[in-house]
Design a protein around this ligand. Structure first.
Ligand SMILES: [Zn+2]
Ligand SMILES: [Zn+2]
Length: 281
């Protein structure tokens, strides 16, 4: 069986880095990773400036190269995470300045995309935790801008959202109309069961975390056509329990196949056919 990780981060400064991640994942059958940027300050680029994002993207590209050199396929996304809104606000940057920075970052991402180096924007979206209402609205404005850039330049987008089931997915269905981007390009990442159900119904790609209960519940329903599996690994040794490892995907799935709850042929389809279709591989 071959396995794909539909949303993963790497941090060569603090953590294992992409080469080691790719090696370990490959040993467990890994063939594909969608590599998503972390906020620049996770890599030590603490200045809230476009230069920090340039450094972040350069690092991301070298990480993607390492994955390719280990023989895996990779898609690369760089973004402006809603947590960045809160972080810069806390440091005294005004909401308008944060918005201006985000737009510059999307310009930068687009210039890399035009050189064929970046495939999409991610993560952008809304905070999944409580924050000041105006910061939530700002994050949404930034997301709408990202969807416009993605539509205009034919990029995919990974959305980080609250897990609000119908409300979350319906709101995205409305918001994507502003840009006219196709649903095929929009991925709802780290969804819970209820949100995954609506993402499936309304026709978005979505990534479910590689947790036993979630995989069991979702993948035992064999009718799903938009489901992908992610580790959302953040490669931060100081926060080991926050997400899964990419190799947890094969480990958890094999357990479930052995338990007889999910079907091998169906999972194989998700890990290859769906991934190829979603990421245009
Ligand atoms: Zn996220
Ligand atoms: Zn993530």
């Amino acid at each position: 069986m071959k396995y794909a990780d539909a949303h993963c981060h790497s941090n060569p400064i603090e953590g294992l880095g992409a080469r080691e991640i790719a090696r370990r994942f490959k040993k467990h059958g890994g063939w594909f990773i969608a590599l998503v940027s972390l906020p620049p300050y996770h890599y030590g680029y603490t200045e809230p400036s476009i230069e920090s994002y340039r450094k972040m993207i350069e690092l991301l590209l070298s990480e993607a190269k390492n994955i390719r050199e280990e023989g895996l396929e990779v898609r690369v996304l760089a973004g402006f995470h809603p947590a960045e809104v809160d972080e810069y606000f806390r440091r005294g940057v005004s909401l308008e300045k944060i918005y201006e920075l985000a737009v510059k970052v999307f310009d930068l991402i687009t210039s890399y995309h035009e050189k064929g180096l970046i495939d999409g924007i991610g993560e952008v979206g809304r905070q999944h935790y409580s924050t000041a209402p105006q910061r939530l609205v700002l994050s949404e404005l930034i997301m709408i801008k990202a969807l416009e850039y993605a539509k205009d330049h034919d990029m995919i987008v990974h959305l980080h959202l609250e897990q609000g089931g119908w409300t979350t997915v319906r709101s995205i269905e409305e918001l994507i109309k502003l840009s006219g981007i196709s649903k095929d390009k929009v991925f709802l990442h780290h969804v819970d069961y209820e949100t995954s159900k609506w993402a499936e119904t309304l026709g978005f790609w979505y990534t479910i975390p590689a947790k036993h209960r979630m995989l069991k519940k979702t993948l035992s329903e064999k009718h799903r056509r938009r489901v992908l599996v992610e580790s959302d690994f953040i490669d931060d040794p100081r926060r080991p329990g926050v997400s899964s490892y990419p190799w947890d995907i094969p480990l958890r799935i094999n357990e479930l196949i052995n338990e007889g709850v999910i079907e091998e042929s169906y999972v194989e389809k998700i890990m290859t056919d769906y991934v190829r279709k979603a990421y245009l591989l």
